[in-house]
Design a protein around this ligand. Sequence first.
Ligand SMILES: Nc1ncnc2c1ncn2[C@@H]1O[C@H](COP(=O)(O)OP(=O)(O)OP(=O)(O)O)[C@@H](O)[C@H]1O
Length: 278
Amino acid sequence: MAENTVLEVQELTREFTRRGKPFAAVDHVDFRLGQGEFVAIVGRSGNGKSTLLNLITGLLKPTSGSIDLDGNDVTRLNDKQMSVVRNRIVGFVTQSQTLLPNLTALDNVILPSVLCNGKTAQRDVEIPADSSDAKSVEETVSDASSEQTVDDGLPDVIAAAPVSKTHNDPVQDHAMERAHALLRRLQVDDLAECYPKELSGGEMRRVSIARALMNGPKLLIADEPTGDLDAESTAIVMRLLQEVAHDGTAVLMVTHDPDALTYVDRIYRMDRGVLAEA
Ligand SMILES: Nc1ncnc2c1ncn2[C@@H]1O[C@H](COP(=O)(O)OP(=O)(O)OP(=O)(O)O)[C@@H](O)[C@H]1O
């Protein structure tokens, strides 16, 4: 793998079965992304874009092929090790809304830093063989959503999280400053103390982007990050993603938005599972 490569997928294939017939949602995809590159994938609905992102983030297992993420063979990591990778190396802005309802916008943004004890990715990350306590934001969100009575009490991992109210800890103070700075850059810092239900779709989306950037990921994956944003908010988000790439993070975005495409270095098209440069 070349020295500045953050992500390399080779011959990546994922088959599903529909009405008894197998088909490849992702079909022998080869793709490389280096530090600081900003790349978009476009393609009609149902052509395999989300499946590709879920494979890269280890949320889905491939049928065949390889995925190397910052020197880690994703297909060989166990679930706990993959959680560490997801938390420290990758920031993921998902298409659907995944903010935790019981945390303020600020605490949602701080959460990834709490989950990895203030360790961030812009340095070499060692993936421990036994990461028994590891949880990624995606798993925490999924744990929280499976709680029957969300309002009665938080799941342990959230309840234990030293969120923004706890002071006098330099690591937490630093996390809080960083979270506020990200919210400011996305022009939603005045909403820091609001709960997700008090935010519009576009505001929630911007808070989610701040959360994905909290740990300074080496790879930022964004699935339709401007989906519910107006032109002005789209420009704010895209300029931020451009700056993030300029600072060295590899950015991989799936989008249908022609305005968003004007900011990227390269565009790929996904057509029936096959990826090619547009
Ligand atoms: N778990 C599954 N089982 C069977 N088929 C699936 C499964 N997940 C996705 N598919 C199919 O795989 C294909 C690719 O789906 P995918 O969600 O990756 O498309 P997409 O390009 O991201 O679409 P969109 O732009 O609408 O989000 C679709 O035909 C979809 O129906």
